[in-house]
Write a protein that binds this ligand. Structure first.
Ligand code: TPP
Ligand code: SF4
Length: 299
């Protein structure tokens, strides 16, 4: 359950003193604008909200938001966020980062965060390039794209983040585009409210290493999901997940499922333990490891 601020906050209340150092025209400006407004829409208490990232241009975002923030290690934001949420379920935990961070070095963590269905929100800012390290191909770079590491064109097929999220059991999957801030606000707010692992695939162009034409390329292809699209129907979600992004990029809520999250399942275990006479979570831990918490105890 997300904690609300005592007074009504607006988007600018979530702006940190630190000003973004992203390049002029970077898509990430649109994403942070969407984050400010989504937090304001939910009136989240900044003292009970944490934004976690890895390393990359996009991973600078937590520093620009007036909540707790953790700019962590490249590719490791999801396990760190999982630990934060499990240690203190009262916190609202949001993870942000780039496609390199999330789908190259961090790909294994994405798979397991989705599978575990921990109640955290992951906004992956996909520019299909490594921005911070100056323009190497990433797992989502289109085939044939000329980059610093593919001067004759990328030989590889890009991966499909939405398809991967669906295959791994994410219970909320949406896609937005950094220039469509209104759509981003709605989807990020809904993702935060979702009790389970929520994933927002956020297309956020890098004009420096993919060129200004990346915005035009995306704009020509994005479209809202068709009227009547049912995000609770797996076969409809699957058809979006298999979309050829060179042809069309659907924006909106693609998939939602009410499978209980990890914390809800943990509560069931606690209830069973209580029924067996174990009164508290600490006692439950002691029943596994009798010396748990004792000074010098094995950990
Ligand atoms: C363990 C480790 N490996 C590699 C790096 C170098 N590195 C920093 S950011 C980055 C990739 C950045 O691309 P992405 O995650 O897509 O974010 P963007 O900068 O495009 O927003 C890499 C490879 C690192 N910091 N740590
Ligand atoms: S290099 Fe690209 S992703 Fe990084 S700040 Fe500049 S425009 Fe944005």
């Amino acid at each position: 359950m997300a904690h609300q601020a005592v007074t009504k906050l607006s988007g600018k209340d979530y702006k940190a003193e630190l000003h973004p150092v992203w390049c002029p025209g970077c898509g990430d400006f649109g994403v942070v604008a969407g984050v400010y407004q989504a937090l304001a829409r939910l009136n989240l208490d900044p003292d009970r909200t944490v934004i976690v990232s890895g390393i990359g241009c996009s991973s600078r975002l937590p520093g620009y938001v007036n909540t707790y923030s953790f700019n962590s290690i490249h590719g490791r934001a999801l396990p760190i966020a999982t630990g934060i949420k499990l240690a203190n379920p009262e916190l609202t935990v949001v993870v942000v980062g780039g496609d390199g961070d999330g789908f190259a070095i961090g790909a294994g963590h994405f798979v397991h965060a989705a599978r575990r269905n921990v109640d955290i929100t992951y906004v992956c800012m996909d520019n299909s390039i490594y921005g911070l390290t100056k323009g190497q191909t990433s797992p989502t770079t289109p085939t044939g794209e000329v980059t610093k590491t593919s001067p004759y064109g990328n030989l590889e097929e890009p991966m499909q983040p939405v398809l991967l999220a669906l295959a791994c059991g994410a219970t909320f999957i949406a896609r937005s585009f950094s220039s469509e801030v209104k759509t981003s606000v709605e989807l990020i707010a809904e993702a935060i409210e979702h009790p389970g692992f929520s994933f927002v695939h956020m297309i956020s162009p890098c004009p420096v290493f993919r060129g200004r034409q990346q915005f035009d390329w995306v704009k020509e292809r994005v479209r809202p999901l068709p009227p009547g699209f049912d995000f609770t129907k797996r076969e409809q979600a699957r058809s979006v997940a298999f979309e050829d992004l060179n042809e069309q990029i659907s924006l909106g809520l693609i998939w939602r499922d009410n499978r209980p999250g990890l914390l809800a399942r943990q509560q069931l275990v606690q209830q069973k333990a209580v029924a067996k006479g174990v009164a508290t979570y600490e006692e439950l831990l002691h029943s596994f490891v009798p010396d748990f918490g004792a000074v010098g105890a094995p950990r």
